[in-house]
Write a protein that binds this ligand. Structure first.
Ligand SMILES: [Zn+2]
Length: 516
């Protein structure tokens, strides 16, 4: 009798449980959506105290900066030093108000880098620093549809092509243009600030940014309010169900490590193969580490964008984001399976070089490969090597960290209601970009900030560029370009940052709901 009722009882319990969960999720969604009091202030669009128009002179100045072939090469001895000197001369001559201002001092560091200091009124306030770089990556000229160093516009005149437009001469020239305007209007900042322009960022900044950091320390500058360097972008239409652009501010940077894995094994003539060879053993190891990535995990930083988007997302995304307690594992799983998003939730590894053999009829007695890692802030060199050993699980494979290694950077504060520097950067982005929400993110590429970590706990990596797939595809690739619209926004972003950075008190800001 009792047993015959069991399935029905079970079904009832299950149905009751499901209804309860749906009810809880719905109530939470409603509460979160109603909590949306977001109001964005946009600045004026007529040139004046609030806004810089993109005059032809400002646009031409940026275009001209693209014509200097300031390329960083991996074997850096043949850096085209004259081009760097000419670019510096051009920058200094092109911004007379900045370089002749009584508020400004500057010096050339390590021959080709530039450090500018703008003196603020209040010496008690900690100065901040904006960074950018003068160098660009090499080009494969025949893959470009235009000359990458000619500063040539498209037919409609809406954009300019050129190596460095997005990375990073656009940012550098926009900062200088904004400062020129700022000082020309007779403004004096309360807070002092630095502009730091390294010349070898693309080859790790060991000469430029490292020397700038040393120069600062020689001048007794050992603490900064914040550092803002190049970094993540304002992403256009990237998330289904979200009608907002996402101003993604890099609050940390992944580490970098190459690991050499090698096998030594009996070789011989190709007509008499053994059951195994150095190549086959190494190939097996590479296959294993390729399919078994390190574990993915949703942490506080990975959660934060979803919490911030919950009140403004459309259905069903608002339902999912308002109930991370239930959906977090699913979001984590989906992210871990996505080529681009997985970098947020795990350390990634990819075999990039595979070498063995020299002759087609000789079985090589050794084989080696390089596995490149981008280390998540929760991992370390040791945990990565340990996981690699565990995955390969073959003592015949030698595993050695090789070449350059950079630790993942500490995670800078990203709560807008408690961190003044983060609030300043996040607010400025929302002020300048319409229909945009600022979210914290992880920078997966390297920047010069590695040389500035000791100067502040508030290190941010952000490029104020509204970017769709088209822009993103051209970074470090062919036909890199920037639109007039984007360059105008960049100049205004930095101008407003100069103003907003004077804040000494937090403003009341809605923050992500911690109970999600
Ligand atoms: Zn760059």
């Amino acid at each position: 009798m009792f047993l015959s009722h069991l399935p029905r009882r079970l079904f009832r319990t299950f149905a009751g449980f499901t209804v309860a969960i749906i009810l809880i999720c719905t109530v939470r969604t409603i509460v979160v959506v109603l909590s949306n009091t977001r109001k964005l202030n946009h600045c004026d669009v007529h040139e004046g105290d609030e806004y810089i128009a993109l005059s032809e002179a400002r646009w031409e100045a940026m275009k001209k900066s693209l014509t200097f072939k300031t390329i960083s090469y991996d074997d850096s001895n043949d850096v085209e030093t004259e081009e760097f000197k000419r670019l510096l001369e051009y920058i200094i001559a092109g911004h007379p108000t900045v370089f002749q201002s009584r508020l400004v001092t500057y010096e050339i560091v390590a021959n080709y880098s530039l450090l500018i200091r703008v003196q603020g009124k209040d010496k008690a306030l900690l100065p901040y620093m904006l960074a950018a770089h003068l160098d660009v990556v090499p080009v494969v000229e025949n893959q470009w549809s235009v000359n990458p160093f000619s500063g040539i516009e498209d037919e409609e005149g809406t954009l300019v092509y050129g190596r460095g437009t997005l990375d990073d001469k656009g940012g550098l020239m926009a900062q200088l243009s904004a400062l020129e305007f700022f000082l020309a209007r007779g403004r004096v900042p309360d807070r002092s600030f630095f502009l730091a322009y390294g010349h070898d960022e693309e080859i790790m900044g060991m000469d430029g940014a490292a020397s700038i950091a040393r120069t600062l320390s020689q001048q007794g500058v050992d603490r900064l309010h914040f550092v803002l360097d190049e970094g993540l972008l304002v992403l256009k239409g990237m998330m289904p169900g979200i009608d907002y652009n996402l101003a993604s501010i890099g609050v940390t940077e992944k580490g970098f490590m190459d690991v050499n894995i090698s096998v030594v094994y009996t070789g011989g003539h190709s007509s008499m193969p053994n059951k195994e060879s150095a190549v086959s053993i190494l190939a097996k190891a590479v296959e294993k580490l390729h399919v078994t990535q390190m574990p993915a995990e949703m942490d506080e930083l990975a959660d934060e964008p979803f919490k911030l988007l919950a009140p403004i997302a459309g259905f069903p995304m608002n339902f999912v984001f308002s109930n991370l307690w239930l959906f977090r594992p699913i979001i984590g799983y989906v992210a871990s399976k996505d080529k681009t998003l997985q970098g947020i939730v795990r350390t990634t590894r990819a075999p990039t070089i595979f070498q063995a053999g020299a002759k087609s009829n000789v079985i090589p007695s050794s084989a080696w490969a390089i596995v490149n890692h981008r280390i998540h802030p929760r991992d370390s060199k040791e945990t990565v090597l340990e996981h690699l050993r565990w995955t390969i699980n073959d003592e015949r494979v030698k595993i050695v960290a090789a070449g350059e290694y950079y630790k993942p950077h500490p995670v800078s504060p990203f709560d807008r209601s408690t961190s003044l520097p983060y609030q300043v950067v996040a607010d400025t982005a929302e002020q300048l970009f319409e229909n945009t929400i600022s979210i914290p993110g992880i920078m997966v590429a390297a920047t010069d900030t590695k040389h500035y970590l000791h100067l502040s706990e508030n290190i941010y990596r952000f490029n104020p560029i509204l970017a769709g797939q088209r822009e993103i595809a051209t970074i470090h690739a062919e036909d890199e370009f920037i639109s007039r619209e984007n360059y105008r926004r960049m100049i205004n972003f930095y101008y407003h940052l100069f103003i907003n950075a004077d804040r000494t008190k937090l403003e009341n800001r809605q923050t992500a709901n911690d109970e999600l």
